[in-house]
Design a protein around this ligand. Structure first.
Ligand code: CO
Length: 294
């Protein structure tokens, strides 16, 4: 039953992105089918974070060896910062414009976000706009982020538990740091914690910019008399938030706040995109989209 609802929701979601067939040129000739994949990520200015992006690209190329893969980054700040170092990255919109110019007809935009928050919806809205343009793509769909359905919550639960450092003892907590969002999808973080705690009551999920925040997490740890915790980013890359807000030495980092509360912290600087079984979930979402391009 749950599966059925998931599938029908997805069907509704996908149907929104079907655009009317767009024909090239106006002389009646139809462009030959050309499929393309656009990976949409926030981006990161930290070079080590590239490992995570490279891991995703490798897996996507293995799944679709004949389909060109391109990247679009949603963060203006990061793109401008990297441009100053001579690294020019495309926004999702520029990447799509280039794909339109290069005569792609079927485009799968795969969101590498964790939840369907504001950024995901912006990507979706603009992808939809491209689908409506004259001379544009015949089909353009956006794949779900990591957490799109109830089934994803369960798969991510198993994958995260599998990737907890092996030296963690039962009484030690594991705190995941999500990004957080003012968007209603922020509730996925609490849902994630619910599923994780059903399998392991000492795993917690907090966010930097949404709810639950670190103060709530600190109270939960204190009420369980936790003395030691592992800190893991619940973001695709271990970028600025993981290095500074989670594991940094400033007084307001999660490490400092919890250490001050008498809880020893072991930060793990590894983004979720470095875990193969997490990346497989994004790739499976992309496969659903690609299965509509026939
Ligand atoms: Co942020």
């Amino acid at each position: 039953m749950v599966k059925k609802i998931g599938v029908s929701l997805l069907a509704v979601c996908l149907s929104v992105f079907f655009s009317l067939p767009a024909f090239a040129g106006g002389h009646g000739e139809k462009k030959p089918m050309k499929k393309g994949i656009l990976l949409a990520a926030f981006g990161s200015s930290i070079p080590e974070a590239q490992i995570a992006f490279e891991n995703i690209e490798k897996k996507v190329k293995t799944a679709f060896p004949d389909v060109p893969v391109r990247w679009g980054y949603t963060s203006h700040i990061i793109r401008h910062k990297l441009a100053k170092q001579g690294k020019y990255l495309d926004s999702v919109e520029v990447a799509l414009a280039k794909m339109m110019d290069d005569e792609f007809t079927h485009v799968a935009v795969q969101s590498l976000h964790t939840i369907a928050g504001e950024e995901f919806h912006d990507v979706r809205r603009n992808a939809h706009a491209f689908g409506n343009m004259a001379g544009g793509f015949r089909k353009i769909f956006v794949g779900y982020p990591l957490l799109g359905t109830d089934g994803d919550l369960k798969r991510v639960t198993d994958a995260m538990i599998k990737n907890i450092p092996k030296d963690r003892k039962k009484g030690d907590a594991v705190v995941l740091m999500g990004h957080g969002s003012p968007h209603p999808s922020n509730a996925f973080y609490a849902a994630m914690m619910y599923y994780l705690q059903r399998k392991d009551p000492n795993i917690f999920v907090g966010t930097v910019e949404g709810a639950p925040g670190i103060d709530e997490i600190k109270d939960m740890l204190a009420s369980k008399k936790i003395k030691k915790t592992y800190l893991l980013p619940f973001m695709s890359v271990a970028g600025d938030h993981a290095r500074n807000d989670m594991a940094g030495d400033e007084a307001d980092s999660w490490k400092s706040i919890l250490t001050k509360a008498g809880i020893a912290c072991v930060p793990v600087l590894k983004g979720t995109a470095e875990y193969d079984d997490i990346v497989n979930i994004w790739v499976d979402h992309l496969k659903i989209v690609m299965s509509h391009f026939k």
